[in-house]
Design a protein around this ligand. Structure first.
Ligand code: ARG
Length: 289
């Protein structure tokens, strides 16, 4: 009787111990995260995903604009959405005035900026940029009957620009920064409205935006004037200086969509033609001669 109860005790204890060891093992598993761990079942509540806040000045069609429903759409938006999908990032776009847009990322109110932002040495001092995703150049908009035929014709004329843009910079260089003939507007559409109203003789802004506006506003009776003296510009996605982790994600996603045709598809949707070779995926070595 005595021996039997001792054996029973030992058996029970053994089972309990085994159970404890198993339980301990089971508990340890989730504590050691593994990159190859399968995704949790759909029924399990997913941990709240980090949402990256994207700032954009959505008055710059076709790159960023608000549609009739007030949604932020455009080429830049689709590019960032495609990048985010590749990088497994959740993104949310917030309309952010151009004035103060760089500050918003420096202060942490925005995680990244996509806003047809030209990568410049000056901006690189306070922000980090992704690899370029679009080539651009300044372009002049004038009334159809204007005699203006080149950039230097604007030397003594009233010129509308969006404050703090590269368009502002080139005109400031031509006329002098403090020239009273530079009319600086909060947005590019406002500058173009002023051209229509006759308040300025020309508007200088990014070619894609000028062309889009002229094509879609035939009532304004504008034409474009190009000038080979304008430097080539490249757009980049901006992040807070030093945010290498986010930058790496964006660059990887951008390389992925350039490689798999996703970028070309968005480009063609907005610009009606395939991207220029510089931005097209690098040709496979086998295909090049
Ligand atoms: N590319 C020009 C610049 O970086 C103009 C960009 C303006 N973008 C905008 N969404 N308003 O200065």
């Amino acid at each position: 009787m005595h021996s039997l109860s001792t054996r029973h005790f030992l058996q029970t204890t053994g089972m309990l111990l085994a159970g404890l060891v198993l339980a301990a093992c089971g508990k340890q598993e989730p504590a050691a995260p593994s990159a190859s761990a399968p995704a949790p079942a759909a029924s399990a509540p997913a941990p709240a995903a980090r949402v990256y806040v994207v700032g954009t000045d959505a008055a710059y069609a076709p790159f960023e604009l608000q549609n009739e429903k007030g949604e932020i759409v455009g080429f830049d938006i689709e590019v960032v959405k495609a990048i985010a999908q590749k990088a497994g990032m959740e993104v949310k776009f917030i309309n952010t005035p151009w004035e103060g847009i760089f500050n918003s990322v420096a202060q942490g109110d925005r995680d990244l900026l996509v806003s047809a932002i030209t990568i410049t040495d000056e901006r690189k001092q306070t922000l980090d940029f992704s690899e370029p995703y679009f080539d651009a150049q300044q372009l002049i908009a004038v009334k159809k009957d204007s005699k203006i035929s080149k950039f230097t014709d604007l030397k003594k004329l009233k010129v509308g620009v969006q404050n703090g843009t590269t368009g502002d910079e080139v005109v400031a260089k031509l006329q002098g920064k403090d020239s009273a003939n530079i009319k600086r507007f909060e947005s590019t559409p406002l500058a173009l409205k002023e051209l229509e109203a006759g308040g300025v003789d020309a508007v200088v802004a990014d070619n894609g935006v000028i062309v889009n506006y002229v094509n879609n506003n035939s009532d304004s009776k504008f034409k474009t004037v190009s000038d080979s003296s304008f430097a080539s510009e490249q757009y980049g996605i901006a992040v807070k200086k030093g945010n290498a982790e986010l930058l790496a994600k964006l660059n990887k996603g951008l390389a992925d969509i350039k490689a798999d045709g996703g970028y070309a598809q968005i480009y063609t949707k907005y610009f009606g033609a395939a991207p220029t070779p510089a931005l097209a995926p690098a040709p496979a070595t086998a295909a090049s001669k």
